[in-house]
Design a protein around this ligand. Structure first.
Ligand code: SAM
Length: 322
Protein backbone atom coordinates (compact mmCIF):
# COMPACT_ATOMS: atom_id res chain seq x y z
CA UNK A 1 0.00 0.00 0.00
CA UNK A 2 1.15 3.56 -0.64
CA UNK A 3 1.15 6.00 2.27
CA UNK A 4 -1.91 7.71 0.71
CA UNK A 5 -3.78 4.39 0.66
CA UNK A 6 -2.80 3.79 4.31
CA UNK A 7 -4.20 7.24 5.16
CA UNK A 8 -7.42 6.57 3.22
CA UNK A 9 -7.85 3.22 4.99
CA UNK A 10 -7.26 4.83 8.39
CA UNK A 11 -9.79 7.63 7.76
CA UNK A 12 -12.30 5.10 6.50
CA UNK A 13 -12.01 3.34 9.89
CA UNK A 14 -12.35 6.52 11.97
CA UNK A 15 -15.32 7.59 9.83
CA UNK A 16 -17.12 4.41 10.88
CA UNK A 17 -15.84 4.31 14.48
CA UNK A 18 -15.01 7.85 15.63
CA UNK A 19 -11.82 8.38 17.64
CA UNK A 20 -12.48 11.26 20.02
CA UNK A 21 -9.47 13.60 20.45
CA UNK A 22 -7.55 12.07 17.54
CA UNK A 23 -6.09 15.38 16.36
CA UNK A 24 -7.65 18.13 18.48
CA UNK A 25 -5.76 20.99 20.19
CA UNK A 26 -6.16 22.62 23.60
CA UNK A 27 -8.26 25.52 22.39
CA UNK A 28 -11.92 26.44 22.68
CA UNK A 29 -13.91 25.38 19.60
CA UNK A 30 -15.30 28.31 17.61
CA UNK A 31 -18.63 29.33 19.20
CA UNK A 32 -21.07 31.30 17.06
CA UNK A 33 -24.52 32.63 17.97
CA UNK A 34 -27.21 30.18 16.86
CA UNK A 35 -24.74 27.49 15.76
CA UNK A 36 -25.22 24.05 17.29
CA UNK A 37 -22.69 21.36 16.48
CA UNK A 38 -24.23 17.86 16.65
CA UNK A 39 -22.43 15.57 19.11
CA UNK A 40 -21.59 13.03 16.38
CA UNK A 41 -19.88 15.81 14.43
CA UNK A 42 -17.94 17.05 17.46
CA UNK A 43 -16.68 13.53 18.09
CA UNK A 44 -15.24 13.53 14.56
CA UNK A 45 -13.29 16.76 14.95
CA UNK A 46 -10.06 15.60 13.31
CA UNK A 47 -8.60 19.10 12.90
CA UNK A 48 -5.48 20.41 14.62
CA UNK A 49 -6.49 24.08 14.86
CA UNK A 50 -9.01 26.19 13.02
CA UNK A 51 -9.28 27.45 9.45
CA UNK A 52 -12.54 29.37 9.98
CA UNK A 53 -11.54 33.02 10.49
CA UNK A 54 -14.92 34.57 11.20
CA UNK A 55 -13.94 38.23 10.87
CA UNK A 56 -13.24 37.94 7.13
CA UNK A 57 -16.03 35.68 5.90
CA UNK A 58 -18.37 38.47 4.77
CA UNK A 59 -19.98 38.52 1.29
CA UNK A 60 -20.82 34.80 1.43
CA UNK A 61 -17.55 33.50 -0.04
CA UNK A 62 -17.41 30.28 -2.06
CA UNK A 63 -15.23 27.89 -0.06
CA UNK A 64 -13.53 24.77 -1.34
CA UNK A 65 -12.88 22.54 1.68
CA UNK A 66 -10.33 19.75 1.12
CA UNK A 67 -10.75 16.62 3.29
CA UNK A 68 -14.20 17.08 4.83
CA UNK A 69 -13.78 14.77 7.85
CA UNK A 70 -16.98 14.78 9.90
CA UNK A 71 -18.07 18.09 8.34
CA UNK A 72 -17.50 20.36 11.37
CA UNK A 73 -15.63 23.16 9.57
CA UNK A 74 -17.79 22.82 6.45
CA UNK A 75 -20.78 23.57 8.71
CA UNK A 76 -18.93 26.50 10.32
CA UNK A 77 -18.10 27.96 6.88
CA UNK A 78 -21.73 27.44 5.80
CA UNK A 79 -22.78 29.61 8.78
CA UNK A 80 -21.30 32.53 6.83
CA UNK A 81 -22.30 31.43 3.29
CA UNK A 82 -25.96 30.42 3.52
CA UNK A 83 -26.67 29.43 -0.06
CA UNK A 84 -26.75 26.14 -2.00
CA UNK A 85 -23.30 24.94 -3.10
CA UNK A 86 -21.43 27.73 -1.29
CA UNK A 87 -19.18 25.15 0.37
CA UNK A 88 -17.70 22.48 -1.91
CA UNK A 89 -16.19 19.74 0.22
CA UNK A 90 -13.80 17.34 -1.52
CA UNK A 91 -13.22 13.95 0.07
CA UNK A 92 -11.72 10.75 -1.44
CA UNK A 93 -12.89 8.37 1.32
CA UNK A 94 -16.42 7.02 0.75
CA UNK A 95 -17.10 6.24 4.43
CA UNK A 96 -16.05 9.79 5.35
CA UNK A 97 -18.34 11.32 2.72
CA UNK A 98 -21.18 9.22 4.14
CA UNK A 99 -20.39 10.22 7.75
CA UNK A 100 -20.19 13.92 6.84
CA UNK A 101 -23.50 13.69 4.95
CA UNK A 102 -25.17 12.09 8.01
CA UNK A 103 -23.68 14.68 10.36
CA UNK A 104 -24.80 17.57 8.16
CA UNK A 105 -28.33 16.15 8.08
CA UNK A 106 -28.26 16.08 11.91
CA UNK A 107 -26.98 19.68 11.86
CA UNK A 108 -29.97 20.72 9.74
CA UNK A 109 -32.30 19.34 12.42
CA UNK A 110 -30.50 21.32 15.16
CA UNK A 111 -29.93 24.58 13.22
CA UNK A 112 -32.97 26.22 11.61
CA UNK A 113 -30.75 28.46 9.44
CA UNK A 114 -28.88 25.49 7.88
CA UNK A 115 -29.81 23.45 4.83
CA UNK A 116 -27.59 20.49 3.78
CA UNK A 117 -27.61 21.88 0.21
CA UNK A 118 -25.23 24.63 1.44
CA UNK A 119 -22.46 21.99 1.54
CA UNK A 120 -21.88 19.97 -1.61
CA UNK A 121 -19.69 16.93 -0.90
CA UNK A 122 -17.81 15.74 -3.97
CA UNK A 123 -15.52 12.73 -4.44
CA UNK A 124 -12.00 13.79 -5.35
CA UNK A 125 -8.65 14.52 -3.81
CA UNK A 126 -6.29 17.36 -3.03
CA UNK A 127 -4.20 16.71 -6.15
CA UNK A 128 -7.02 17.09 -8.65
CA UNK A 129 -9.67 19.43 -7.27
CA UNK A 130 -12.97 19.05 -9.12
CA UNK A 131 -13.48 22.77 -9.83
CA UNK A 132 -12.30 25.20 -12.49
CA UNK A 133 -9.38 27.63 -12.46
CA UNK A 134 -9.82 30.83 -10.40
CA UNK A 135 -13.32 29.79 -9.30
CA UNK A 136 -13.34 29.97 -5.47
CA UNK A 137 -12.68 32.66 -2.85
CA UNK A 138 -11.26 30.40 -0.15
CA UNK A 139 -9.56 27.01 -0.10
CA UNK A 140 -9.38 25.46 3.37
CA UNK A 141 -7.79 22.32 4.75
CA UNK A 142 -7.28 21.27 8.33
CA UNK A 143 -4.70 18.68 9.41
CA UNK A 144 -4.47 17.05 5.97
CA UNK A 145 -1.57 18.57 4.05
CA UNK A 146 0.94 17.59 6.78
CA UNK A 147 0.25 13.97 5.84
CA UNK A 148 1.58 14.53 2.32
CA UNK A 149 5.19 13.87 1.34
CA UNK A 150 6.88 17.11 0.10
CA UNK A 151 6.41 16.39 -3.64
CA UNK A 152 2.69 15.69 -3.10
CA UNK A 153 2.37 18.70 -0.80
CA UNK A 154 3.82 20.84 -3.60
CA UNK A 155 1.17 19.44 -5.97
CA UNK A 156 -1.65 20.07 -3.48
CA UNK A 157 -0.51 23.67 -2.86
CA UNK A 158 -0.28 24.36 -6.61
CA UNK A 159 -3.74 22.90 -7.07
CA UNK A 160 -5.13 25.17 -4.33
CA UNK A 161 -3.43 28.13 -6.05
CA UNK A 162 -4.97 27.15 -9.40
CA UNK A 163 -8.57 27.11 -8.17
CA UNK A 164 -8.36 30.34 -6.12
CA UNK A 165 -9.51 33.63 -7.58
CA UNK A 166 -6.92 36.40 -7.67
CA UNK A 167 -6.61 37.72 -4.10
CA UNK A 168 -8.21 34.51 -2.76
CA UNK A 169 -7.06 32.85 0.45
CA UNK A 170 -5.67 29.44 1.36
CA UNK A 171 -6.63 28.86 5.00
CA UNK A 172 -4.76 25.99 6.62
CA UNK A 173 -4.05 24.37 9.94
CA UNK A 174 -1.30 21.77 10.22
CA UNK A 175 1.24 20.41 12.67
CA UNK A 176 4.80 21.66 12.10
CA UNK A 177 7.95 20.21 13.67
CA UNK A 178 10.32 22.23 15.87
CA UNK A 179 13.21 20.19 14.41
CA UNK A 180 13.33 17.85 11.40
CA UNK A 181 11.51 14.56 11.93
CA UNK A 182 13.98 11.67 11.51
CA UNK A 183 13.63 9.41 8.46
CA UNK A 184 12.54 6.31 10.43
CA UNK A 185 9.42 8.19 11.61
CA UNK A 186 8.77 9.90 8.28
CA UNK A 187 8.69 6.47 6.63
CA UNK A 188 6.09 5.19 9.11
CA UNK A 189 2.89 5.46 7.06
CA UNK A 190 0.59 4.84 10.02
CA UNK A 191 2.13 7.68 12.09
CA UNK A 192 1.98 9.88 8.98
CA UNK A 193 -1.77 9.15 8.63
CA UNK A 194 -2.17 10.07 12.31
CA UNK A 195 -0.58 13.50 11.55
CA UNK A 196 2.42 12.65 13.74
CA UNK A 197 5.34 12.09 11.39
CA UNK A 198 4.86 14.04 8.15
CA UNK A 199 5.20 17.53 9.65
CA UNK A 200 7.78 19.88 8.11
CA UNK A 201 9.67 22.57 9.97
CA UNK A 202 8.28 26.13 9.88
CA UNK A 203 10.76 27.36 7.21
CA UNK A 204 10.17 24.27 5.03
CA UNK A 205 6.39 24.62 5.30
CA UNK A 206 6.27 28.37 4.55
CA UNK A 207 8.80 28.02 1.69
CA UNK A 208 6.62 25.44 -0.04
CA UNK A 209 3.60 27.77 0.23
CA UNK A 210 5.62 30.61 -1.33
CA UNK A 211 7.05 28.29 -4.02
CA UNK A 212 3.47 27.48 -5.06
CA UNK A 213 3.06 31.20 -5.88
CA UNK A 214 1.49 32.76 -2.76
CA UNK A 215 2.86 36.29 -2.17
CA UNK A 216 1.70 36.82 1.40
CA UNK A 217 1.22 34.58 4.43
CA UNK A 218 -0.35 35.56 7.74
CA UNK A 219 0.18 33.40 10.80
CA UNK A 220 -2.98 33.18 12.89
CA UNK A 221 -1.85 30.81 15.67
CA UNK A 222 1.15 28.74 16.69
CA UNK A 223 0.85 26.52 19.72
CA UNK A 224 2.28 23.30 21.18
CA UNK A 225 0.50 20.31 19.66
CA UNK A 226 2.06 16.94 20.55
CA UNK A 227 5.33 15.67 21.99
CA UNK A 228 7.14 12.85 20.24
CA UNK A 229 8.93 11.54 23.32
CA UNK A 230 12.32 9.93 22.92
CA UNK A 231 11.36 6.61 24.53
CA UNK A 232 8.25 5.90 22.45
CA UNK A 233 9.60 7.21 19.16
CA UNK A 234 13.26 6.11 19.44
CA UNK A 235 14.66 9.65 19.26
CA UNK A 236 17.86 11.20 20.60
CA UNK A 237 15.79 14.06 22.07
CA UNK A 238 12.11 14.75 22.66
CA UNK A 239 10.60 16.45 19.61
CA UNK A 240 7.78 18.97 19.97
CA UNK A 241 5.18 19.35 17.24
CA UNK A 242 3.33 22.66 17.03
CA UNK A 243 -0.01 23.45 15.45
CA UNK A 244 0.18 26.29 12.92
CA UNK A 245 -2.88 28.18 11.61
CA UNK A 246 -2.07 30.26 8.53
CA UNK A 247 -3.72 32.19 5.71
CA UNK A 248 -1.85 32.47 2.39
CA UNK A 249 -2.97 35.03 -0.20
CA UNK A 250 -2.97 34.55 -3.96
CA UNK A 251 -1.24 37.87 -4.61
CA UNK A 252 1.88 38.55 -6.63
CA UNK A 253 5.18 37.79 -4.89
CA UNK A 254 7.00 41.13 -4.42
CA UNK A 255 10.33 41.47 -6.26
CA UNK A 256 12.25 41.29 -2.99
CA UNK A 257 10.41 38.20 -1.75
CA UNK A 258 7.11 37.14 -0.18
CA UNK A 259 5.77 38.75 3.01
CA UNK A 260 5.16 36.61 6.07
CA UNK A 261 3.36 38.38 8.91
CA UNK A 262 3.96 36.81 12.31
CA UNK A 263 2.75 39.70 14.47
CA UNK A 264 5.97 41.75 14.59
CA UNK A 265 5.80 45.54 14.81
CA UNK A 266 8.38 48.27 14.16
CA UNK A 267 8.51 51.29 16.47
CA UNK A 268 10.48 54.44 15.71
CA UNK A 269 12.17 55.73 18.86
CA UNK A 270 14.24 58.61 17.38
CA UNK A 271 13.95 62.40 17.74
CA UNK A 272 11.95 63.20 14.57
CA UNK A 273 8.15 63.02 14.25
CA UNK A 274 8.45 60.07 11.90
CA UNK A 275 10.92 57.80 10.10
CA UNK A 276 10.65 57.20 6.35
CA UNK A 277 12.70 54.31 4.94
CA UNK A 278 12.02 55.63 1.38
CA UNK A 279 10.80 52.15 0.55
CA UNK A 280 7.12 52.56 1.37
CA UNK A 281 7.32 52.39 5.17
CA UNK A 282 6.68 55.45 7.34
CA UNK A 283 6.87 54.96 11.10
CA UNK A 284 5.39 57.60 13.41
CA UNK A 285 7.43 58.12 16.56
CA UNK A 286 6.31 55.82 19.37
CA UNK A 287 3.51 54.12 17.42
CA UNK A 288 3.91 50.41 16.58
CA UNK A 289 3.38 49.61 12.90
CA UNK A 290 2.64 46.03 11.85
CA UNK A 291 5.43 44.76 9.58
CA UNK A 292 6.17 41.49 7.86
CA UNK A 293 9.29 39.60 8.88
CA UNK A 294 11.17 40.72 5.74
CA UNK A 295 10.48 44.43 6.44
CA UNK A 296 11.26 43.94 10.14
CA UNK A 297 14.69 42.64 9.15
CA UNK A 298 15.29 45.49 6.68
CA UNK A 299 14.25 48.21 9.15
CA UNK A 300 16.35 46.75 11.93
CA UNK A 301 19.30 46.76 9.52
CA UNK A 302 18.93 50.37 8.25
CA UNK A 303 18.42 51.99 11.66
CA UNK A 304 19.24 49.62 14.52
CA UNK A 305 19.71 52.52 16.99
CA UNK A 306 16.28 54.06 16.57
CA UNK A 307 13.95 51.30 15.46
CA UNK A 308 12.66 48.71 17.89
CA UNK A 309 11.31 45.46 16.43
CA UNK A 310 8.89 43.63 18.71
CA UNK A 311 8.78 39.81 18.87
CA UNK A 312 6.47 37.65 16.77
CA UNK A 313 3.14 37.21 18.54
CA UNK A 314 2.23 34.46 16.02
CA UNK A 315 -1.01 36.27 15.40
CA UNK A 316 -1.67 38.73 12.59
CA UNK A 317 -4.87 39.39 10.67
CA UNK A 318 -4.17 42.66 8.92
CA UNK A 319 -5.08 46.20 9.77
CA UNK A 320 -3.36 48.27 12.41
CA UNK A 321 -4.33 50.96 14.86
CA UNK A 322 -4.21 53.97 12.54
C1 SAM B 1 -7.07 14.64 9.68
S1 SAM B 1 -8.57 14.48 8.80
C2 SAM B 1 -9.19 16.14 8.94
C3 SAM B 1 -10.65 16.24 8.70
C4 SAM B 1 -11.26 17.63 8.84
N1 SAM B 1 -10.50 18.59 8.09
C5 SAM B 1 -11.34 18.05 10.29
O1 SAM B 1 -10.79 19.11 10.62
O2 SAM B 1 -11.99 17.37 11.10
C6 SAM B 1 -8.06 14.36 7.10
C7 SAM B 1 -9.21 14.25 6.10
O3 SAM B 1 -8.69 14.30 4.77
C8 SAM B 1 -9.18 13.18 4.03
N2 SAM B 1 -8.16 12.80 3.02
C9 SAM B 1 -7.26 11.81 3.06
N3 SAM B 1 -6.49 11.80 1.95
C10 SAM B 1 -6.91 12.84 1.19
C11 SAM B 1 -6.53 13.36 -0.08
N4 SAM B 1 -5.53 12.81 -0.78
N5 SAM B 1 -7.20 14.42 -0.58
C12 SAM B 1 -8.22 15.00 0.13
N6 SAM B 1 -8.63 14.55 1.35
C13 SAM B 1 -7.99 13.48 1.86
C14 SAM B 1 -9.42 12.13 5.07
O4 SAM B 1 -10.28 11.11 4.62
C15 SAM B 1 -9.99 12.97 6.20
O5 SAM B 1 -11.36 13.22 6.01
Amino acid sequence: MTYLETAAQFYSQVAQTPEIGLCCVQSTPLQLPGLKIPLAMQEMNYGCGTTVHHNELNNEPTVLYVGVGGGLEALQFAYFSRRPGAIIAVEPVKAMREAATRNLELAAKENSWFDPSFVEIRPGDAFNLPVGDASVDVVAQNCLFNIFEPADLTLALKEAYRVLKSGGRLQMSDPIATSPIPAHLQKNDHLRALCLSGALTYPEYTNLIINAGFGQIEIRARRPYRLLDKQTYQLQENLLLESLDSVAFKVEIPADGACIFTGKTAIYAGKEAFFDDKNGHILQRGIPAAVCDKTAGNLAFVNPEEIIITDSTWYYDGGGCC
